[in-house]
Every structure is written in C-alpha cells, then in structure tokens.
Design a protein around this ligand. Structure first.
Ligand SMILES: Nc1ncnc2c1ncn2[C@@H]1O[C@H](COP(=O)(O)OP(=O)(O)OP(=O)(O)O)[C@@H](O)[C@H]1O
Length: 354
C-alpha cells in the first residue's frame, strides 16, 4: 500500500492531499487542468523538495518527520507525455540504461521479458528518430519498467499521440495491466483511457481530493462530475463464456446477466471489461420490445438526476450488483412513467475491452 499526506504551498496554488494508492492495478488521477495531478506525481517521485508531510511505500518511509528520500533513492519509474528517450542510444541502449543502474539482486524484470511484454523485438536496433510516437512511448514504458520500480508514474503518456497511435498502444497497456503487479499511477484527461485501464481513481479538484475509490463506483456516482459529462460511461467486469466465431461475437457473463459483444478474435484472458456509454442505454418497460439490440437485461432504477442539458435525465440503475448509467430524455421518463425502485429492461450497445 502507498499512503501519502502532502502539503505544498505555491504562489496561487495549494496542494493539500492525503490518500492511498492500492498496491496492485492502475490508479487514475483525474481532474481539471491545473488541479495538481502532475504536482502529486512529482511529490511521489521526490521532485518537490518543498513538499511537507509523509509518504510510505510498501512500509518504507520515503518521507516522514521533515526528512525525505532524494529522487535517486526512490524506486520510481516515470513516463512522461513525450517519451524523452536518449536520442544517441538505440532502443536496446535505452532499455538497458535504467536496467544497468539497478543492483542485480533488486532486478524484478529482465530485458527479454519487457521486450516480449511490449512487443519491442523488431525495434531493438532502431534509434528514437526512427520510431513512431506510439513506438517511442512503448520503449519509454519499457525503460521505466527495467528500473524495477516499486511504483510506476505515467503522466499523460498518450496525450501527444494521434488517435491511430493511441489505438496502437492501448492494447499494450491493457497487457501490462493484466500482467504486472507494479502499482501504476496514471494521469490523463481522457475518460475513455480511465474507463479502459484504471482500477481505482483519485479525483482531484484545486489541489484537494474530491473523491477516491474503485473505478466502477466513481464513474457512476452522480454527486461527482464524471457521471454528468457528455461521454459518461459505466464499466462492467465480465467473465468470458465463449467466442462465437461464426458471428464474431463474444459471449460474456456477470452478476447482472449475459452479454454479447462484437470481437474480432477470442480473447487471451478469461475476464473482459465492458464499457457502456450512458447515451447508448435504452430503457423499456417490458422484455418484448427486443428490436435488434443484442444486449437486453433486467435492471432496477435506483435514482434520477438532472443533467446539464435541460432535456435530459441521468438515470442510475443496477444490473444485479453492477451500477449502470443511462441518459434519457425527461419526456421518455414521463411517457414511460419511470420511478425509483422500478424494474425495467435495458438495451445497450457495449464495447469490450480485454
Ligand atoms: N514549477 C511551478 N512553479 C509554480 N507553479 C507551478 C509550477 N508547476 C505547476 N504550477 C502550478 O501548480 C498548479 C498545479 O499544476 P499541475 O501541473 O500539477 O496541474 P495538472 O493537474 O497536472 O494540470 P494539467 O492537467 O494541465 O497538466 C497549477 O496552478 C500550476 O499553474
């Protein structure tokens, strides 16, 4: 477990932040520009000498009682927006740079494992200027991992990439997420990245912690801003039942029922996360109105909330124990006579993320 309690005063900005980062999985730092996300990463890495407070990582006191470990004593991997590779070194040279500085008995990962994990084998002899933006970021992540960090900090690692490069690198990040047990703190402005990669979230506002917790519950909490964003999303953790190759459909199960989602191939993993946009959810009173939607599940309404658009209502539901958001019009709510506590049927288009 990583526990911190930081206080940092700058002209015009005060960071007053206490929280925990679970020892496994990806913790997303999310919040408006200037809320202190990068500053928190820098405090964790020991790059803010003025910060007061404490930090303990896996029982080690990295900062306590007015003393703090300097950056070079902290086993932290840092990946920036621009990969910042050494231009005069090949990919192999970049990967080995951090690795060589770690004492042999403290090395948790070997270069061969990292090359395999991130698909770097075809790139090993190239120089950074011979790589695409996405490839450079993969090498930067590999280099950070080879320092055998106790904590991997990623500051908007996809922000400088175009949509195509982002899509190219995301499956590699999924793979890291499933394979490694190094805690990752991941800063992003993109809710799609959070919904895809994160397990936990710290929501920041003006240097303070607005909320913290598991991703699924924070995304669907209507007292927080995420549920009211245009691209509000719920995630459903599912188990793979089978891949129907004839139709390229993946059959999945979870506590709320069974789902089918389009998929090009059978997944490598036995669990798959599903992302459902609130605007893609349709509510109906009976199971008869099936239409062409593949996913049609019983649900219960847990509440209604106003939405920024005056025509809309944000509806919270549960599918079994899984929370789901739906954005419908106020007119539909009235026409269907929807009430809190009512049993309904939901139809939606789902996107699967391995
Ligand atoms: N070196 C610095 N000196 C003084 N103030 C700074 C410095 N770096 C950042 N700040 C200020 O500290 C506050 C927090 O900045 P920070 O970069 O942590 O925010 P952020 O949430 O990461 O923003 P963004 O999402 O835009 O990257 C902002 O008000 C910023 O202007």
């Amino acid at each position: 477990m990583i526990e911190f309690d930081f206080h940092l005063q700058r002209p015009g900005f005060c960071l007053e932040l206490a929280g925990r980062i679970p020892p496994r999985g990806v913790t997303a730092l999310f919040g408006h520009s200037g809320c202190g996300k990068t500053t928190l990463l820098r405090c964790l890495a020991g790059l803010e000498p003025e910060v007061q407070g404490r930090l303990s990582v896996n029982g080690q006191q990295w900062q306590a009682g007015g003393r703090q470990w300097p950056p070079h004593q902290r086993a932290v991997g840092y990946v920036f927006q621009e990969g910042a590779l050494f231009p005069h070194l090949t990919v192999t040279g970049n990967l080995h740079y951090g690795y060589r500085r770690v004492p042999a008995d403290a090395r948790r990962l070997q270069p061969g494992e990292v090359v395999e994990l991130l698909g770097l084998a075809p790139l090993l002899h190239r120089y950074p200027h011979e790589l695409s933006g996405g490839q450079r970021q993969r090498v930067a992540i590999g280099r950070a991992l080879l320092t055998s960090p106790d904590l991997l900090l990623m500051d908007e690692p996809l922000a400088a990439l175009d949509a195509l490069s982002k899509n190219e690198i995301l499956p590699w990040l999924d793979r890291l997420h499933q394979t490694l047990d190094i805690p990752v703190v991941y800063v992003t402005h993109a809710i799609e990245e959070v919904a895809r990669l994160a397990d936990h979230m710290l929501l920041l506002e003006q240097g303070r912690l607005l909320a913290a917790g598991p991703l699924q519950s924070l995304l669907t909490r209507t007292d927080l801003p995420l549920a009211h964003a245009d691209n509000a999303t719920s995630v459903i953790e599912t188990k793979v039942v089978r891949f129907e190759s004839e139709y390229h459909l993946l059959h999945l199960t979870f506590d709320g029922g069974e789902l089918q989602v389009p998929c090009t191939h059978a997944p490598e993993t036995s669990t798959v996360r599903i992302r459902v946009a609130a605007r893609d959810v349709v509510l109906s009173l009976s199971a008869d109105s099936r239409g062409s939607a593949l996913n049609h599940l019983p649900a219960r309404i847990t509440g209604f909330n106003n939405d920024p658009h005056p025509a809309h209502q944000l509806v919270t539901l549960t599918l079994g124990d899984t929370p789901l958001l739906a954005r419908i019009t106020r007119k539909s709510r009235d026409q269907l006579g929807l009430q809190t506590g009512q049993a309904v049927h939901v139809q939606f288009k789902a996107v699967a993320i391995s």
